[in-house]
Design a binder for this molecule. Structure first.
Ligand code: SF4
Length: 387
């Protein structure tokens, strides 16, 4: 019989993931070099590749016919060769009373992936949300988009609805970056004018789809022109991924989905701990070269009676002190989901936990649940259509 550790290893095996079946020749997602190769293949001048990049990533063209900078003959040639833009499309929208919107975004192979728009940020990644503006008054957007990296997830965190899906498949770089552009288009957002943050905290574990995730980041930084300092990626603790990430010249900020103060509790709620325990995780995080003023975020989902007591807060303080790095903690009161056997923490326990961290010099923020009524809050993304 497989041991717990072997079982964890087998669920993380990429061969268990469905192969990606993208549409015939999608243009959205191609890097500059690939667009240049395409121009060469079609025997058109190199500047046509730059025009295509402009149309795809900055003008957000929906169809080849929209790219009027290209001659019609070239657009026809691309169509005949099987190319289409293939920007993902919103199949369904769920609107929360708090302004949050959750989208089911259709992929070309008939799957759906979830993306969430949170106006006025998400209270967590830029600090305490105190600089959030009034969109209506200013005409500007101040928003955070929560982006998925896989359809489903293999990591099996016990408090998470997405885990119930298992892993269906990895997303491509175009499908990851495409979620962002599709949502920006819906809100007529403008890069440069609007303050848009990205959090890679939707469905999936980004570091188990590392190459596509980082390709998407580079497209979003280099082509769509969103600064990497406005992006945060969250990992459940995939140590080899954190080590690769530490060597990236351009990278989002890092958030660790910690959720427990010791290995015993963490193994219960996050079986991935059997493969990489908290010690392994902290060793890897310590190696991340931080930029000036950068802090590592530790996300901590509070589960009533499981990890929300004063002794747990004291252990978190010790863990972070021992790690000896600039850090902050985002506390998230667990969002209930059908079939998940946990209780919400009491408001008093949440406040007491936060105060303990603050009293010990660790910045700690309570994240306001966003879109809980439409299954858009943390750990609730499961392609739910009944709300
Ligand atoms: S919390 Fe994140 S890593 Fe864990 S199962 Fe859910 S989507 Fe996967």
């Amino acid at each position: 019989m497989a041991s717990g550790r072997e079982k964890v290893i087998s669920i993380l095996d990429a061969s268990a993931v469905l192969p990606i079946r993208p549409p015939v020749r999608p243009l959205f997602g191609l890097k500059n070099e690939q667009l240049s190769e395409l121009a060469a293949e079609l025997a058109v001048p190199a500047y046509r590749a730059r025009q295509l990049a402009q149309a795809l990533y900055r003008d957000w063209a929906a169809t080849l016919d929209d790219i009027t900078t290209l001659p019609q003959s070239l657009r026809e040639k691309l169509t005949r060769a099987g190319y289409s833009i293939a920007l993902p499309e919103i199949a369904e929208t769920f609107k929360s009373i708090d302004g949050t919107e959750r989208y089911l975004i259709a992929t070309a192979d008939g799957q759906t992936v979830e993306t969430v728009w949170m106006p006025e940020g998400d209270d967590g990644e830029e600090g305490d949300g105190s600089d959030a503006g009034d969109e209506e008054a200013s005409g500007h957007h101040d928003a955070t988009i929560c982006v998925s990296s896989q359809i489903g997830c293999a990591v099996n965190c016990q408090f998470c609805l997405t885990a119930k899906l298992g892993i269906i498949r990895n997303l491509t770089a175009g499908e990851i970056a495409g979620q962002v552009v599709t949502v920006l288009k819906r809100h007529n957002a403008r890069i440069g004018r609007d303050r848009i943050n990205l959090v890679f905290m939707g469905m999936g574990e980004p570091f188990l789809n590392y190459d596509a995730f980082m390709d998407a980041v580079r497209l979003l930084v280099d082509e769509v022109c969103i600064a990497e300092s406005r992006m945060t990626v969250s990992t459940s603790g995939i140590v080899p991924g954190i080590e690769r990430f530490a060597a990236e010249p351009v990278r989002p900020k890092l958030a660790i989905s910690l959720n427990a103060s010791n290995d015993k509790v963490r193994e219960e709620i996050m079986p991935i701990t059997r493969k990489w325990d908290i010690g392994d995780l902290m060793d890897a995080v310590r190696k991340l070269p931080l930029r000036p003023r950068e802090r590592v975020t530790f996300e901590y989902v509070l589960l009533g009676g499981v990890n929300d007591q004063p002794k747990h807060a004291a252990e978190v303080v010790r863990l972070i002190r021992r790690a000896n790095l600039p850090a902050k903690v985002n506390l998230i009161a667990w969002n209930p989901g059908p079939g998940i056997p946990y209780a919400m923490p009491s408001a008093e326990d949440v406040t007491r936990f936060q105060q303990h961290l603050i009293d010990n010099g660790i910045p700690a923020f309570i994240r306001r649940p966003r879109g809980r009524d439409i299954y858009a809050a943390c750990g609730q993304l499961k392609q739910t259509v009944e709300v």
